[in-house]
Ligand binder design. Structure first.
Ligand SMILES: *[C@@H]1O[C@H](CO)[C@@H](O)[C@H](O)[C@H]1NC(C)=O
Ligand SMILES: *[C@@H]1O[C@H](CO)[C@@H](O)[C@H](O)[C@H]1NC(C)=O
Length: 298
């Protein structure tokens, strides 16, 4: 009897060790690509095998009845249709198992959703132009992106939850539509709070930079406390730690790679919701080699 209880206890401890909360979860690296013509092509980024998710940035004009516009900096010019060359590169990335999303919004642009009807129209436009629908005008060609990333940082705070619902609804027509979001770390996010509360987001890469109250400042406490709120209070499938890939990539919040791998990742990886690290951006990652420094620990 004593022997049996002992065995049970050992098995229980073994089970907890492997499947309990102390287990560290493996993650991936999400990268933003598109805002610097000198960062190399999409295929080059995907060929590094460093990234599991690529956000093509940005569709920075849409909504409120505006004709939508994409901006990919020096990579190509949507108005002369030269961005269609990335269609085969998107498919190449997807063939490597990498999820490719279109990021809408960004720090510079003209976008907002004036009403529920406007959100509906924008969702139709996105589905027909970048996802599984059909349009005579597809700036990234016939490649079907895996989803839409919401990087909403300006304009109106309203109606983003409706856009999320309408876009997710298109999953019914075949290929699943993934939703990503890049909120700021203070909770609730002014623009995306209601959208995130729908529970429809698959990947939430929280910006733990340019946000002193919740970022690393030589001390990990504020960041870890904020991370714990995100992973316990926000109903998203996976949460990523969003970081600048170099000091110059953001106003503040850069974390030296050795601090991230030795002090922060071991703590945040305990969360079941941990999805990995998001980096802004491919350009700065090429300059600084940040993903190379951290990938063994992500
Ligand atoms: C939505 O699209 C329809 C059809 O293209 C158009 O008539 C309507 O004005 C649009 N609504 C908004 C709010 O842009
Ligand atoms: C980090 O900050 C917390 C809260 O402000 C404080 O309690 C802690 O002592 C600090 N740790 C270090 C190593 O300075």
């Amino acid at each position: 009897m004593a022997q049996n209880s002992h065995t049970m206890l050992s098995l229980t401890l073994l089970f907890l060790t492997f499947f309990g909360t102390s287990h560290a979860h493996a993650g991936g690296i999400a990268i933003y690509w598109g805002q610097n013509g000198n960062e190399g092509t999409l295929s080059e980024a995907c060929a590094t095998k460093k990234y599991t998710h690529v956000n093509i940035a940005f569709l920075n004009k849409f909504g409120n009845g505006q004709t939508p516009e994409m901006n990919l900096a020096g990579h190509c010019n949507p108005s002369t249709n030269s961005c269609t060359k990335f269609s085969s590169e998107i498919k190449d990335c997807q063939s490597k198992g990498i999820k490719v999303l279109l990021s809408i919004g960004g720090g510079i642009g003209s976008y907002s959703l004036a009403s529920i009807e406007d959100a509906k129209n924008v969702s139709t436009f996105l589905y027909n132009t970048f996802l599984g629908g059909k349009s005579s005008s597809r700036p990234l060609g016939d490649a079907i992106l895996d989803g839409i990333d919401f990087d909403i940082e300006l304009g109106s705070t309203q109606n983003w939850q409706y856009l999320a619902r309408f876009l997710k609804g298109y999953s019914r027509f075949g290929k699943k539509v993934y939703l990503g979001a890049a909120p700021q770390c203070p909770i609730p996010d002014k623009f995306l709070g209601s959208a995130l509360n729908t529970g429809l987001f698959d990947f939430v890469w929280v910006q733990f930079y340019n946000n002193p109250p919740c970022q690393y400042n030589g001390n990990i406490t504020n960041l870890v406390n904020s991370w714990n709120k995100w992973t316990t209070n926000i109903p998203a499938r996976k949460i990523f730690l969003g970081l600048p890939a170099a000091t110059e990539a953001a106003g503040s919040g850069f974390i030296p790679a050795n601090v991230l791998t030795s002090e922060i990742l071991p703590i945040i990886k305990k969360s079941r919701k941990y999805g990995g690290v998001m980096l802004w951006s491919r350009f700065y990652d090429v300059q600084n080699g940040y993903s190379t420094s951290i990938i063994g620990s992500v």
